[in-house]
Design a protein around this ligand. Structure first.
Ligand code: SF4
Length: 241
C-alpha cells in the first residue's frame, strides 16, 4: 500500500495510555532478536525481507548465515544470485533471494552503495512495501514512521475499535493509526514494542487480556461488552491526507 489516504487523530488519553503500555511492555518483555542489535539499514532490510510470511524462529539462523556471508550491501551486490538463493530458498517464498540481490545491485548503481534514507526511495526498491520501508526508517534511522504488520493491525483494530470488515478502507485507516500512535521520542522502542505486544500478549487466539496493561481501558478485552471499558471509546478521527 503506497498511497497514504488518511491521517488520524487520537484523543489524548487513550493515546497516552497506549503509548505508555507499549513502551513498558517492550522494557519488560521485549524479545532480544539478532536484527535488534544493529542500526545498520542494510541488515534491517535483510531481516525484514526474510521475515515476510515466515516465523522469527525460522528466520534467525538464516539471517545469521546471510549476514555472515554478505555483511555489506556491496558484498551482496558482488555475489552470484545462485549463492544468495542457496541461503534464502530453504525458507520458502523463493522470490526473496532475487529481491535482496536486486536491491543490492540497485543500491550500488542508483544510490552509490548507500542505503536510501527516505520512505519513498526505499519503497522504490524491489520487494519493499510500506511496512518494510517504515521498519527501516524507524529501526535504522529512528524516524517517526509507522509499521503495520499483522500483529500491529490486530492490536490497533482492537484497542481503537476499527471494525474488522476486511475492506481496503480499513487498511487505510489502520495505516493512519499506525503512523499516529508513534511517539516523537523512543520511536525504535515503540515500534518494536507494538509488534511484540501483538505477538506475545494481544495474540490472534487467546489474547492475554488478564495480564494486559491495557485491560481496564480496552473495548475488546475478553468478556467486555463493546464500549464498556473504563474511559474508553474509539476516540479516533480520520481525514483525507
Ligand atoms: S485487553 Fe486483550 S484485546 Fe485489549 S489490547 Fe489487551 S490483550 Fe488485546
Amino acid at each position: 500500500m503506497r498511497h497514504i489516504k488518511y491521517r488520524a487523530q487520537i484523543a489524548p488519553t487513550p493515546l497516552r495510555r497506549f503509548r505508555r503500555a507499549v513502551l513498558k511492555f517492550y522494557r519488560t518483555e521485549g524479545r532480544d532478536l539478532p536484527w535488534r542489535r544493529t542500526r545498520d539499514p542494510y541488515a534491517i532490510l535483510v531481516s525484514e525481507i526474510l521475515l515476510h510470511q515466515t516465523t522469527v524462529a525460522s528466520v534467525e539462523p538464516v539471517y545469521e548465515a546471510f549476514m555472515a556471508q554478505f555483511p555489506t550491501v556491496e558484498a551482496l551486490a558482488s555475489a552470484e544470485l545462485d549463492t544468495v538463493k542457496a541461503i534464502t530458498d530453504p525458507l520458502g517464498y523463493k522470490i526473496r533471494g532475487m529481491w535482496l540481490w536486486t536491491i543490492a545491485r540497485r543500491v550500488r548503481t542508483a544510490h552509490g552503495g548507500r542505503m536510501p534514507r527516505t520512505l519513498a526511495a526505499l519503497m522504490d526498491l524491489p520487494g519493499v512495501g510500506r511496512y518494510t520501508a517504515g521498519a527501516v526508517m524507524s529501526f535504522a534511522y529512528g524516524r517517526r514512521a509507522g509499521v503495520l504488520d499483522t500483529n500491529v493491525s490486530r492490536v490497533l483494530g482492537r484497542f481503537f475499535q476499527v471494525p474488522a470488515d476486511g475492506t481496503a478502507e480499513r487498511q487505510h485507516q489502520l495505516w493512519a493509526l499506525a503512523e499516529a500512535v508513534v511517539p516523537v521520542r523512543q520511536v525504535w522502542q515503540f515500534n518494536q514494542g507494538v509488534m511484540d505486544f501483538g505477538a506475545l500478549c494481544c495474540r490472534a487466539r487467546q489474547p492475554q487480556c488478564s495480564r494486559c496493561p491495557l485491560v481496564r481501558h480496552c473495548p475488546a478485552a475478553e468478556g467486555r461488552a463493546p464500549r464498556a471499558a473504563e474511559g474508553a471509546s474509539s476516540s479516533v478521527w480520520f481525514w483525507d491526507a
